[in-house]
Design a protein around this ligand. Structure first.
Ligand SMILES: Cc1cc2nc3c(=O)[nH]c(=O)nc-3n(C[C@H](O)[C@H](O)[C@H](O)COP(=O)(O)O)c2cc1C
Ligand code: SF4
Length: 448
């Protein structure tokens, strides 16, 4: 159900809404002041009760992640909080709006987060091209320092906290948390084998928590409201998927943008209410950033098992399922970053598939053979198909290559390439076969 909220976005429309006076007028920094006086366990318990699923794509429970940090911290092994603002996933542009329009929520979230995980330093890793985002973050950090909210004695209390902005260099793989950690350390941005997980060996070899930027920006709201109340905002509270979140919509909609609402918005709400409807007829939607398998507009939910989280929607349109981490996994796709890419019927799905795979071939870091070779091979075959030189056998070969990437790589980029490829192959098989047979001549749809 669509229930708009404005906890994260309340300052978005205000002149100077990104500055400290506007943030403090709405109760800003009260929660950080309070958190630093709380027992750490109570703070982490409140975060667990919020059922805030990480907003960076994997949907891991944020409070549970904080609780993985070794406790108590050892003096010789300092803890670090690392905030992921790389935001390189095609179709995803929600974190940028927070940095530009509500940077103090991020700084306040960092203070609370540092205290929650026993850290005294937070690093915000920002994509370098986001110039305004960096400026706004630097400005917010300076304002908070000048007021004594950061530094040796935040709010006069004996818990030093510093927040630093670190800029990336535009490689999508640096959004993967362990590649990000390497890049932060000045190394090549290549993912690390896990285990060890960041909570054991993270930034600079020390215990670290990596949170997405929206995840940390929501922390002051959770604390102000109480974890349980935050969780209950959501239609999917019973699936432990709580709160409100940012939804993005782009592509062939009349009003692309970022919107805030309770968890449980459907794709139909997102496309037709928030996004203002489709420019043309709806063909398909990629629900949460380009790594999420595509859904066709004419698909129906197939969930006869009463234990399935989407059984209540069995037989209904996929557009009517509330957008949640577990509901969308059960649909055979992913919620990802909750930023949908809408494709109208003017799009040729074969060309869209080709375009998407160009991105993955380019962004593979090259460490693992199945990902490096597989992504390039998929693209080469699609190149041939688009040039009118493909064969039907090559469609089966595409399946096989994508299957062989799954589960055989160091990081989730491999699956992030293979799953959308398999999605296009399964959902658009007739269109692909038709394209191969006619060399694309029967297609009247030329948009990618
Ligand atoms: C290829 C790849 C790119 C990623 N890019 C981002 C990103 O830009 N931002 C982000 O928050 N998470 C990204 N992630 C997910 C992170 O690895 C990690 O799960 C996330 O930052 C954890 O934060 P969360 O638990 O708050 O979601 C990416 C993962 C992969 C595999
Ligand atoms: S899966 Fe791909 S991106 Fe990830 S480490 Fe392997 S080669 Fe690099």
């Amino acid at each position: 159900m669509l229930r708009p909220t404005n906890y994260l976005t309340k300052n978005y429309g205000l002149p100077d809404g990104h500055k400290l006076p506007a943030y403090e007028k709405e109760g800003g920094y009260e929660q950080a002041r309070r958190a630093l006086r709380m027992p750490r366990e109570a703070l982490v318990d409140d975060m667990k009760a919020a059922n805030l699923r990480g907003r960076g794509g994997a949907g891991f429970a944020m409070g549970v992640k904080w609780s993985f940090m070794p406790w108590p911290p050892k003096p010789e092994r300092p803890h670090y909080l690392v905030i992921n603002a790389d935001e390189g996933e095609p179709g995803t542009f929600k974190d940028r709006t927070l940095m530009e329009k509500n940077p103090h929520a991020i700084v306040e979230g960092c203070i609370i987060g540092c205290f929650g995980i026993g850290a005294h330093a937070a690093y915000i890793y920002v994509r370098d091209e986001l110039h305004l985002s960096k400026e706004r973050l630097w400005g917010a950090i300076e304002e908070a320092k000048a007021k004594g909210y950061l530094g040796a004695k935040p709010f006069g209390l004996d818990y030093p906290v510093e927040v630093y902005v670190h800029t990336g260099a535009g490689a999508y793989i640096c959004g993967e948390e362990t590649a990000l950690l390497n890049s932060l350390e000045g190394k090549r941005g290549e993912p690390r084998l896990k285990p060890p997980f960041p909570a054991q060996v993270g930034a600079f070899g020390m215990p670290s928590t990596v949170n997405n930027l929206e995840t940390i920006a929501a922390v002051p709201t959770v604390l102000a409201m109480g974890g349980d109340a935050f969780s209950k905002l959501s239609d999917l509270h019973n699936l432990r998927d709580g709160g409100c979140r940012l939804y993005g919509v782009s592509g062939h909609v009349k009003k692309p943008g970022v919107f805030e609402a309770c968890v449980g918005v459907t794709l139909r709400d997102l496309i037709y209410e928030l996004g203002g409807g489709v420019d043309g007829e709806l063909l398909a939607v990629i629900p949460g950033g380009s790594s999420c398998p595509i859904l066709r507009a004419d698909e129906l939910v197939n969930a006869p098992d009463p234990k399935s989280p989407i059984h209540p929607w069995h037989g209904k349109s996929v557009l009517d399922v509330p957008m949640g981490v577990d509901t969308f996994r059960a649909l055979g796709t992913m919620l990802g970053t909750c930023c949908a890419i809408v494709l109208s019927d003017r799009v040729d799905p074969v060309l869209a598939f080709h375009n998407l795979m160009r991105f993955y071939r380019h962004e593979s870091c090259g460490q693992c053979t199945p990902c490096r070779e597989g992504s390039a091979w998929i693209f080469r075959i699609l190149d041939r198909i688009v040039a009118g030189e493909g064969t039907l056998e090559e469609l089966d070969q595409l399946h096989e290559i994508a299957d062989n990437i799954m589960g055989n790589t160091i990081c989730a980029f491999g699956e992030g390439t293979a799953m959308p490829a398999l999605g296009f192959l399964r959902k658009f098989r007739p269109e692909l076969e038709d394209f191969v047979r006619t060399g694309g001549k029967s297609s009247t749809r030329r948009l990618t």
